[in-house]
Every structure is written in structure tokens, then in C-alpha cells.
Write a protein that binds this ligand. Structure first.
Ligand SMILES: [Zn+2]
Ligand SMILES: [Zn+2]
Length: 324
């Protein structure tokens, strides 16, 4: 069908615009031609997320950290891909129940709350092991055993479920074995990293909805795992950051989160020369925690970056006889 205007214009486009969006069509009015010559601006390449950009910058400014940065980049990029396809869970939380959990020092997330799709988790688990092995953070026999667990039909499900239930303390104090006898020693390390993108969505969903002001414990109010890092807020309050779900919670500035020692004289604290990072080392249980000092900082804490930037602080703490 040929109609005056539209049909001929269409024909004009198909013939004259090969390789170009700019064309001149004599059968159309001036206005239509004007809109036809509008060229789309060339889209600039997508900028890296802030933590990726900071990690790349860290590698340039401190080349001695390159191996740690490269492994972290691989882990962060993989976890970001997974997290992007994990739905934000709707976790039904009753205020009285949440308050009772907090009084009993029990975390809020039960295993059934985690939006875990098993085939996706198995893939994430294997990819995590691949990355750790590639950067020599996993022994070959451990790697082989872990990959086999990730491949075999339903081997992984009961292991992961039990590990979460025991390590989160939802059934009381951590008394039972977290992993099956004979399991690879690195299994928990891989589980922590592989579960993170799924569990982080739970902390994200709950952080806006639950009042944690009565939580005064050193372990995570969302998943029960321990703190892996801390941030000193501009107000000088301290927040702990979970090493498993990356959730944050307020905690006394000088109390040890691992043994609750609150004798300030028995907490050794030292900082980097630029004042950006700090270590709190407990002289009772000998464990230490690193922190990002946000009081004069130009950006917020980024655990993926800051945990690598502070590798020299780990060395300093270990040299003084503390353990991570
Ligand atoms: Zn947690
Ligand atoms: Zn302690």
C-alpha cells in the first residue's frame, strides 16, 4: 500500500539511510526531516562502580597490594552479578518477635528467609572456589573436594543449611559441628563468600524496617556471624560490619566484639600514619578488628576496598601477637 507521505517516506528511509541515520526525504515536510536528522550522542563507556574504581586506584597507588586487589576485584564483580539477579526478599517481621530475638541475642534471618535458588547458589559456590584457587587462596585438594560438593546433586543443600543454622546461633549457642567431619578446611571460607550475595539482600531488606537500637552484642543482628570490619562515624560512634552479610550495627566504641572485654586499658589501639584506618586489639582474647575512620574522610567506608587497603595493618597486628 502506498499512501501519500508515510509510505514514500518509509521507502526513502530504507533506501537512503543505509549506514547513516541522516537522510533527506523530499516527500516529507521540513519538520519531519528535522526530527530525522537528530543524531544520537555516542554513549560514554559505563563508569565502574565506586568500589571497583577505588580498587583499581589502590592497585596503582600501592602496587605491593596488586595480588590482593586482583582477587578482590574478581570476587566483587562475581558477587555483584549474582546479587543483581537475587530478588529483595520480603521477610515478615513481627515487632514483638524481633524484640524477643534481640533480648535473646538471636539474629533475625532464618535460613528459609534467604532468597536462595539452589542452582544459582551451586554456581556461585563453584565460581568462588575457582577465584580463590586462581589466586592461590585455596589448596588444590580442598579445591577439588569443594568443586565436587558443588557438582553433586543434593550434597550441598544439607551442608549449607546446617552450617547456617549452627553458625548463626538461631538454635542457641554454637555447640554443634558447623561442617561435616572430614570437610575441607577452607569450606567455611568459600561458604561465607558464596552465601554473601544472597544474604546481603536479607540485611538490605531488614535494615530499613527493624529497630536494632537494643542490640548491644558483638555478633551480627541479621545473620549471627562475627564482625569483620568497623567504621568510626563522624559522631565518633562505632559501627561493626558483618563478615558474612555485610550488615552494620552500632557497638560500643572500645568494647571487644569477640569477648565483650570493655576495659579500655586492655584494648590496644593504633592507627595508620594518615589516620585513615585503625586497629582495635584485645589484650584479653588477643583478637583484633580493623576500622575505617570516617571522621575526616572524603568517602564512606567500602569494606571490599578497605579490607585490602589495610592488609599491612593485619601484618602489624599479627606481628604484635594478635589474631584476626
Ligand atoms: Zn551478618
Ligand atoms: Zn576480646
Amino acid at each position: 500500500m502506498r499512501t501519500e507521505g508515510g509510505g514514500s517516506a518509509f521507502a526513502g528511509v530504507s533506501i537512503r539511510s543505509i549506514g547513516s541515520r541522516v537522510y533527506d526525504c523530499p516527500t516529507q515536510g521540513a519538520g519531519t526531516v528535522q526530527s530525522g536528522v537528530t543524531e544520537r550522542p555516542i554513549r560514554p563507556p559505563r563508569a565502574d562502580p565506586r568500589d571497583i574504581a577505588e580498587l583499581k586506584h589502590l592497585k596503582t597507588s600501592q602496587p605491593e597490594l596488586a595480588a590482593g586487589v586482583d582477587m578482590q576485584l574478581a570476587l566483587v564483580e562475581m558477587q555483584r552479578r549474582v546479587q543483581g539477579r537475587v530478588p529483595l526478599p520480603w521477610i515478615q517481621i513481627d515487632a514483638d518477635w524481633a524484640a524477643a530475638q534481640q533480648r535473646a541475642a538471636r539474629p533475625l534471618v532464618r535460613f528459609r528467609d534467604i532468597p536462595l535458588e539452589w542452582s544459582d547458589f551451586r554456581l556461585t559456590f563453584r565460581q568462588t572456589a575457582d577465584i580463590l584457587q586462581r589466586f592461590d587462596a585455596l589448596d588444590r585438594p580442598d579445591y577439588d573436594a569443594i568443586v565436587a560438593m558443588g557438582r553433586e546433586g543434593n550434597t550441598l543443600e544439607p551442608v549449607v543449611t546446617r552450617w547456617y543454622d549452627v553458625s548463626s546461633g538461631v538454635d542457641g549457642p554454637d555447640t554443634g559441628a558447623r561442617v561435616p567431619p572430614g570437610a575441607p578446611v577452607s569450606l567455611e571460607h568459600v561458604l561465607v563468600l558464596a552465601l554473601r550475595p544472597f544474604l546481603a539482600r536479607c540485611a538490605e531488606a531488614l535494615s530499613q524496617r527493624v529497630d536494632l537500637s537494643s542490640w548491644t552484642h558483638g555478633h551480627c543482628p541479621y545473620c549471627g556471624w562475627e564482625a569483620d570490619f568497623a567504621v568510626i562515624m563522624p559522631s565518633a560512634d562505632r559501627r561493626l560490619i558483618c563478615g558474612r552479610c555485610t550488615g552494620q550495627w552500632a557497638f560500643a566504641p572500645f568494647t571487644c566484639p569477640f569477648c565483650a572485654n570493655d576495659d579500655r586499658a586492655r584494648v590496644t589501639s593504633f592507627a595508620t600514619r594518615d589516620g585513615r584506618y585503625r586497629v582495635y586489639a584485645c589484650d584479653v582474647c588477643r583478637r583484633y578488628l580493623k576500622a575505617y575512620d570516617g571522621r575526616n574522610a572524603t568517602r564512606p567506608v567500602m569494606v571490599a576496598v578497605d579490607s585490602i587497603a589495610t592488609l599491612p595493618l593485619d601484618a602489624a597486628a599479627i606481628q604484635r601477637g594478635y589474631v584476626g
